[in-house]
Design a protein around this ligand. Structure first.
Ligand code: NI
Length: 207
C-alpha cells in the first residue's frame, strides 16, 4: 500500500540532537569535539515503534540519500577523497563505499525479514570491509551509482508495505531483534549521519 503522507510531506533537513547529555559538561572540550565529529547529527532513535508520518519522513530521507551523498563530493579532488573525515577516521572514499556496503546488507536483511519469520541475519565486520583493497581505492562513482539504483528498489519496497509488514523483523546476532520500521529509521539516520561527516569536513577545511 502506498502511503499518501509520502507525497505531501516535505523533506526535513538533518536534525541536531535535542537532548543534552548530562555527562557532556564533565567532558574535556577535546572529547566533546570528538563526539560532534563522530556523531554530527546525534545518535539514532531507539524507539520501539513509529508513526506513519515518521516512517514517511524516513522514506523521503532514504530516497534523497544518493543525491545528497553525490552532491557532497561532486567537486572533490583525489586528495580530498583521500582525506579522513575526522582524525583517525575513514577517508571520504572509504566512507562512501561503507555506505554502499552497509545499505546492501540492510536491504537484504529487510527482504529476509519480509519473507521469513524473524530470521537471524549474518553480521559483517564493517571495519574490515572498509580496509579491503577495493574499499580503499575504487572510484566513488561506483558506489554512488550502486546506491542510486539500490535506493530506488529500497524506496519502492518500503512504500509497498502495510502495517503488519512494518512489525516484522530480523534478529541480529549481536544487537538482537530489529523490526522493519526500526531498520528504516536506522538506515535513514545512517545515510544522513555519513553525509553530515562529509559536509562537516568540507566546512572545517573551507572546501
Ligand atoms: Ni556507518
Amino acid at each position: 500500500m502506498a502511503l499518501r503522507f509520502c507525497r505531501a510531506k516535505a523533506i526535513t533537513p538533518s536534525r541536531p540532537p535535542t537532548e543534552k547529555c548530562s555527562k557532556m559538561s564533565a567532558m574535556t572540550t577535546e572529547a566533546a569535539e570528538l563526539v560532534v565529529l563522530r556523531y554530527p547529527i546525534g545518535a539514532p532513535s531507539r524507539a520501539e515503534s513509529f508513526t506513519p508520518e515518521q516512517r514517511c519522513e524516513a522514506i523521503a530521507g532514504v530516497r534523497q540519500l544518493p543525491a545528497n551523498l553525490r552532491s557532497a563530493v561532486v567537486a572533490f579532488s583525489e586528495d580530498q577523497l583521500a582525506t579522513p573525515y575526522r582524525p583517525g577516521g575513514w577517508t571520504v572514499r572509504q566512507l562512501i563505499h561503507h555506505v554502499a556496503d552497509s545499505h546492501m546488507n540492510a536491504y537484504v536483511r529487510v527482504r529476509l525479514a519480509l519473507t521469513e519469520d524473524w530470521p537471524t541475519i549474518v553480521a559483517y565486520e564493517e571495519a574490515r570491509w572498509a580496509e579491503l583493497e577495493d574499499a580503499r581505492t575504487a572510484a566513488v562513482s561506483t558506489s554512488l551509482d550502486l546506491l542510486q539504483a539500490l535506493h530506488v528498489r529500497w524506496v519502492q519496497l518500503f512504500t509497498s508495505l502495510d502495517e503488519p509488514d512494518w512489525k516484522r523483523g530480523y534478529t541480529h546476532p549481536v544487537n538482537g531483534r530489529q523490526s522493519v520500521e526500526q531498520a528504516l529509521m536506522l538506515y535513514d539516520w545512517h545515510g544522513r549521519h555519513h553525509t553530515a561527516h562529509i559536509s562537516q569536513l568540507s566546512a572545517r577545511m573551507g572546501w
